[in-house]
Design a binder for this molecule. Sequence first.
Ligand code: FES
Length: 568
Amino acid sequence: MKKLRSQDWYGKRDKDGFVHRSWMKSQGFPDHVFDGRPIIGICNTWSELTPCNGGLRILAQAVKRGVWEAGGFPVEFPVISLGETQIKPTAMLYRNLLSMDVEECIRGYGMDGVVLLGGCDKTTPGQLMGAASVDLPTVVVSAGPMLNGKYRGQNIGSGTHVWKFSEDVRAGQMSMEDFLSAEAGNSRSAGVCMTMGTASTMASLVEALGLSLPTNAALPAVDARRTTLAHLTGKQIVWMVHNELCLSKVLTRNSFENAIVTNAAIGGSTNAVIHLLAIAGRLGIQLSLEDFELGSEIPLLVNCMPSGKYLMEDFCYAGGMPVVLNELRAHLKAANTILGQDLMNYTKGAECFNREVIYALNEPLKESAGIKVLKGSLAPDGAIIKPSAATPKLLTHEGSAYVFENIECLKNRIDDPNLPVDENTVLVLKGCGPKGYPGMPEVGNMPIPKTLAQKGVRDMVRISDARMSGTAFGTVVLHVTPESQAGGPLSLVQTGDIIRLDAQNGVLDLMVNEETLTQRRANWKPEEPRYSRGYAKMYVDHVMQANLGADMDFLLGSDTRPVTRESH
Ligand code: FES
């Protein structure tokens, strides 16, 4: 067998070998576990501050069992954990920090393969970005979704319903008592949001990328079969190390194209765009925003909130991702998986148990569900919209803008009874891009102005350089690039300007003549930077725009050389 990477730490019969082994022996490991067997890192994002990942300690134990059983030596290590609903100012600010933490831990320690335990939104992409930059054999075990939410005997979806309930409270149609009762029934177990939000989207795309065992995405966090899957994954990673199946041998451009197609069929989160672009960037795979058009004609097959009505538990019982991938067969390209087999073998024999939840390709839930890429004078480098979560008649719309210069303006004025808006107004929010906020928060689905919400208006065209929660819905144009803080045309929009959206034809135009824009540009200044120190300053100085995945410029690509002073 080829000498493993970990032998550079634990295989030497000298002072260094003594030091590396001896300190590990302080945990009670006997001498024979350093005999050259694969050492498997278990990268755990468990934290009480990330409740979605609360089940990962149990899964880590199960992975360890599988690793031991297959003749490996498991070692668990922590990295920063990003609790989407807990960390301020926004978890996205820290996705790249997580990726750096993961990369440096994998590179710096003596392991031969790695199992990534993630779940909550940014943990999966952050871990994959970091692992891709080292390129060892890598496999994912996701935290799994929570049990279905419950309120007054009905299913409620995490995220999706909170928007609705808060709008109902603002419109005077729901009491505070009922609101708090819904809050209690919303999150009934460990696990990630149980709608097809960003966490379940990314877990589903992990399966489409062939980076986990089949069924990883949808098994509920508390289902014993997820623990079994973790055990089997422990065995699989040892096999991958023996077969030198590193990440770049699994992930190719075809894999990413398959993920884009799959994201459309599951009604996946708009955040998948930014994360897939960033992961591809670490592997040196050319993937552009325009490539997401590959999904634009793909029909919606999965009837899960926010695009549909069911939840991840229902998706699991209907057969989960293997069924979706099987349905999409004709649209998917040849691509390897962690099994060392093509994706099509990986899903063979998948059977659907509920066609209300997973539709057949020839009888889809909706035609053309993919994310639409928009371009035009308001977004020269692109913007996106999720038509399946939008109001169809608003997808072609021309209206007069009402501009919020930043998030504080929005918060201060959205409930003003005299706000000069009607249902045809286009709400525009600036200052929420990667550099501007900083960290590109999920605020693109601005609340409907109170005065309109009280009249029953539930959707309006909303445009910003922000992101939107994968659990949210509405006719919301996101990721406008260049962002306003970078001086993009968005920075020049003024209240009263006419904006034209034509999602079908991919157009987003600011109907203001060039002469006027040139005058406005001459008077424009970016906001003063909000951070002068620490990671946030480094982020603002180096983060790239949304169409490039919002990774930092110095993190692109990978370094797979043995660890030396030079390679570090
Ligand atoms: Fe963690 Fe939704 S908040 S997955």
